[in-house]
Design a protein around this ligand. Structure first.
Ligand SMILES: [Zn+2]
Length: 311
């Protein structure tokens, strides 16, 4: 294994863990998770590493993403119990990364139907869930059949649940954050959850090994922007809940940086030369402080564009 790759991944992981609010990571104690209403019947939760969301209705709960470990899933269950005595009937995974699926078995064992993209399930079933990259946590389900999605789809799937029409869409571009991303639209509530296509206020992790690249993320986010309006509640995979304007700013940031890196690659620049050119400089203050640092993000952008230019 390339030591610099491993070191980079470890730093990224620790930075990712640091995204959870202070106080939630005390020695082995399960995080105190509280529901936060973002729209009628729709909630996110405090203190989780990735942003889970729940639609709560008379039939029970539709949950998006299950957290980074079983203990977090249990804490989400406890938080949901404050809202309803009914179970999580449907669990939608936005993609295969550990911090979004490691609670799957907890809900699968309780009878939740798990739903995801065809390729997301393939990656889990093939055992490729062991790591997002070197140094990331492994996913070790004891009963894999309970953790894997039992319902999968390719382009779109509509769920009718709790009076809501929930549209699951795989971006037309195919490869974006990964090759199995799902965007969740709550049509009546006017809420959308983008999973890790959208990091609010943070340079996004890009899973180049799963086909991820900035060109795909930008296209996928533009597809979302075309479907929503100024009142839409926009939920990211990491960071605070926002609106359309913040998603537009994120896309503008990615487009500018991606364009600069593409031009440098076309001019024959090496990775080190691209980093030295500081293509992210105008955005580092706003986006590069908390999670990925400018050089780390530039490397992901570069690697993704190079990987796709070879296709
Ligand atoms: Zn992810």
């Amino acid at each position: 294994m390339n030591p610099s790759v491993r070191c980079f991944a470890l730093r990224s992981l620790f930075a990712l863990a640091a995204l959870a609010p202070a106080g939630s990571r005390a020695a082995d104690a399960p995080p105190a998770v509280e529901p936060v209403a973002v729209a009628a019947h729709i909630y996110t939760f405090t203190s989780t590493m990735s942003v889970s969301a729940a639609l709560v209705g008379d039939e029970g709960v539709l949950l998006i993403d299950s957290g980074d470990k079983p203990e977090v899933a249990a804490s989400v269950q406890t938080a949901l119990a404050k809202l309803t005595a009914k179970p999580v009937r449907l669990l939608v995974n936005t993609h295969w990364h550990f911090d979004h699926v490691n609670g799957n078995e907890t809900f699968g064992a309780l009878g939740s139907t798990i739903i995801g993209h065809d390729r997301m399930r393939e990656r889990m079933a093939a055992g490729k869930t062991t790591a997002v990259g070197p140094g990331f946590p492994t996913i070790a389900f004891e009963r894999e059949a309970l953790a894997l999605p039992s319902v999968t789809f390719d382009r779109e799937l509509t769920l009718h649940f709790a009076g809501e029409e929930v549209l699951l869409v795989h971006p037309a571009v195919g490869q974006a954050h990964t090759d199995g991303d799902v965007v969740v639209y709550f049509k009546h509530a006017n809420v959308v959850h983008l999973g890790d296509l959208y990091f609010q206020g943070l340079y996004p992790y890009i899973d180049v090994g799963s086909g991820g690249w900035t060109g795909g993320i930008i296209a996928a986010c533009r597809e979302v922007l075309a479907r929503i309006d100024d009142k839409t509640i926009v939920i990211p995979g990491h960071g605070p809940v926002s609106h359309k304007a913040q998603l537009e700013a994120y896309v503008a940031m990615l487009s500018d940086i991606s364009g600069k890196v593409t031009a440098l690659i076309k001019a024959g620049k090496t990775l080190d030369e691209v980093k030295a050119a500081k293509p992210t400089a105008a955005y580092d203050e706003g986006w590069g402080k908390v999670f990925l640092k400018p050089d780390q993000f530039t490397e992901l952008v570069y690697n993704g564009i190079v990987a796709h230019s070879r296709k």
